[in-house]
Write a protein that binds this ligand. Structure first.
Ligand SMILES: Cc1cc2nc3c(=O)[nH]c(=O)nc-3n(C[C@H](O)[C@H](O)[C@H](O)COP(=O)(O)OP(=O)(O)OC[C@H]3O[C@@H](n4cnc5c(N)ncnc54)[C@H](O)[C@@H]3O)c2cc1C
Length: 553
């Protein structure tokens, strides 16, 4: 495969040569570095690259060019290479223009001239952007292919697992792709075990379980040791926060997740309020970065592995995995978050994964391009989902039980929804039945104002009706609320009943549960604020408490 391109454009030869020299020094091995002395010359080169079906990873343009400014060039260039990352080279006085470009052309970064030393001011930024580009771009296809039908729930599970774990794949719908149908039939000969997964090495899996799939992808599903200083259950933002700090502070750390790192945040199409990302970032991207960071610090990550039980033999804590194996540690962090609540109406269960999906199910969005989809829920996650699906579907209808979105959704999202033509919000409306034979066909709605009931055809329904803590594996171990949330720190002592279970003379550490050395962080902790930043912060704090705890045993 040919190397992708990085194109730098500047009308000042000295600056251009300096940029190109620095780019070559760092990126020559993996990229081809191209230069142009004006916006027009650069556009001509891009046009040629496009005709040759080449890939362009990064465009780096000086803002101050007399005929065509860097911003004007980038605005035209992204029509030819929409995936390419965009960086503007600016002088101090151009900051305002650069900030405007963030909104207008989706500028990824603006660099100040001069950028010396490049190791500090240039390469870390471009490294990030190139990594991001390479993880999202579609190169000539040589990867995994998943063949099935849109109405086979197991095909959905497989796609969901791959995309949540950021494993690129190509979806082949055998109902619309005759070639794929033939291919599948030659493999399963009339069988109904969908999907069939075709691996790049020529291997294939027929209706594989998620564990089999993970195994053949080379994911780590077994711990390499029987004992760790710190085990973290759950790889959402809280678990990843704890993993990065645990690993970086020298603790032998193991993180276990039953499906993918990123947790709920990993399913968010755009997180706009996480510190340091003015343009927002997708949950998948945040998860990818944090996972790489944890692994860099030597954290072992087991996926997919579910912890089904925990037992304590002071000072050791043992976690039992769903395959029956046990691993032990001295300090345990529970970061199992919350999981989506199911819609309990007649018919919903029978078409789950075949038109009815829980959460953002981003992997399905393209399949409903040009169709009418429904979103159930009125909180932020539903709002983000509606914004995301509005890019694909012809019409998005939000079904909101309450009288207004403002009771449950952030204003910035309400504004975005109001400004999006193909989103319709129906308040005081709830789903009372779902109909379909093997796939969703229609939804039955009750309108609270009038009590009227109507049935409407629906291509897909994405449900965002909140989440709940599933912590049964901790029953009889740590103190929990009736709703399953885990009590920690001072909250344990505030309640007379739960206070009885704290047996030590010292007070519990922050985020410590009723069992010394077991901590709970993020959404699963009673009283947590259910945000990405706070979950990450709690994970980091817990590690500091783990150190204090380890000094006591
Ligand atoms: C669609 C959506 C959009 C959101 N957008 C934003 C936003 O823009 N900004 C913001 O601040 N917040 C947002 N949130 C909220 C935010 O994502 C959560 O507060 C955050 O993810 C909580 O992190 P956590 O690590 O505590 O739990 P989770 O993210 O819930 O992660 C828990 C992890 O534990 C794993 N797990 C559970 N049980 C087990 C077990 N027994 N064994 C092994 N693994 C287990 C799960 O697989 C999961 O990966 C959003 C949430 C959703 C659903």
């Amino acid at each position: 495969m040919t190397k992708p391109y990085i194109l730098s454009v500047d009308d000042e030869p000295q600056v251009l040569n300096a940029v190109v020299r620095d780019l070559r020094r760092q990126y020559q091995r993996d990229y081809r570095i191209l230069k142009a002395g004006s916006g027009q010359e650069a556009l001509d080169s891009l046009q040629q690259l496009r005709e040759r079906n080449e890939a362009v990873a990064l465009l780096l343009a000086d803002h101050r060019m007399p005929v065509m400014t860097g911003t004007e060039f980038l605005a035209k260039a992204i029509k030819l290479f929409p995936e390419a990352r965009r960086v503007l080279l600016t002088a101090y006085a151009d900051t305002e223009a650069a900030i405007t470009s963030i909104n207008e052309i989706g500028l990824d970064y603006y660099l100040m001239k001069p950028w010396d030393p490049p190791e500090q001011n240039l390469y870390p930024i471009l490294d990030d952007l190139l990594l991001e580009w390479s993880s999202t771009v579609t190169m000539p296809y040589q990867g995994i292919r998943v063949a099935g039908t849109l109405w086979s729930p197991h095909s959905h599970d497989v796609k969901d697992f791959l995309s949540r774990n950021r494993v690129p794949y190509r979806w082949l719908d055998i109902e619309v792709n005759a070639e794929a149908k033939e291919l599948v039939e030659s493999v399963i000969q009339g069988g109904r075990d969908l999907p069939v997964v075709f691996l790049p090495d020529g291997g294939r899996l027929i209706g594989p379980s998620i564990a089999e799939l993970a195994h053949s992808l080379g994911m780590q599903t077994e711990a390499s040791a029987p004992y760790y200083d710190l085990i973290i259950i759950g790889g959402g933002p809280a678990g990843l926060g704890a993993a990065v700090y645990g690993g970086s502070e020298g603790l032998k750390t193991l993180l276990i997740d039953k499906s993918a790192t990123g947790g709920q945040a990993g399913t968010s199409s755009r997180i706009e309020n996480y510190l340091g990302f003015p343009k927002g970032l997708s949950g998948a991207e945040l998860a990818r970065r944090a996972t790489a960071q944890a692994e860099r610090f030597g954290v072992e990550i087991l996926i997919p592995q579910e912890v089904v039980a925990v037992r304590v033999e002071e000072p050791y804590k043992f976690v039992t995995l769903s395959d029956g194996k046990e691993i032990n540690c001295k300090a345990l962090v529970i970061a199992t978050g919350v999981d989506v609540r199911r819609l309990h109406v007649p018919g919903a269960e029978t078409v789950e994964g075949a038109g009815v999906y829980y959460g953002a199910a981003m992997t399905e969005a393209a399949n409903y391009a040009g169709q009418h989809v429904y979103i159930v829920g009125g909180a932020n996650s539903a709002g983000q989902g509606a914004m995301f699906f509005s890019r694909y579907a012809s019409q998005v209808t939000m079904l909101v039980r309450g009288p207004s979105l403002s009771l449950s959704m952030s204003q910035y999202l309400i504004d975005q929804i109001e400004g999006t033509e193909n989103i319709e919000v129906r308040t005081n409306t709830q789903v009372i039945e779902v109909k379909g034979d093997g796939r969703l066909e229609s939804v039955v709605l009750e309108h609270g104002d009038s009590g009227d009931v109507s049935e409407e055809p629906a291509a897909a329904m994405f449900v965002f009706i909140g989440a709940t803590a599933y912590t049964d594996m901790l029953e009889g171990i740590v103190e929990r609320t009736e709703r399953g949330f885990i009590l920690t720190g001072q909250d344990l002592l505030n309640d007379k009943e739960t206070a009885k279970h704290w047996t030590l003379k010292r007070q519990p550490f922050m985020h410590e549960t009723s069992i010394p050395g077991i901590f709970a962080v993020g959404d699963v902790r009673e009283g947590s604020v259910k945000r990405v930043a706070s979950a990450v912060g709690e994970g980091a704090i817990a590690v500091s408490m783990v150190h204090q705890y380890l000094k006591t045993v």
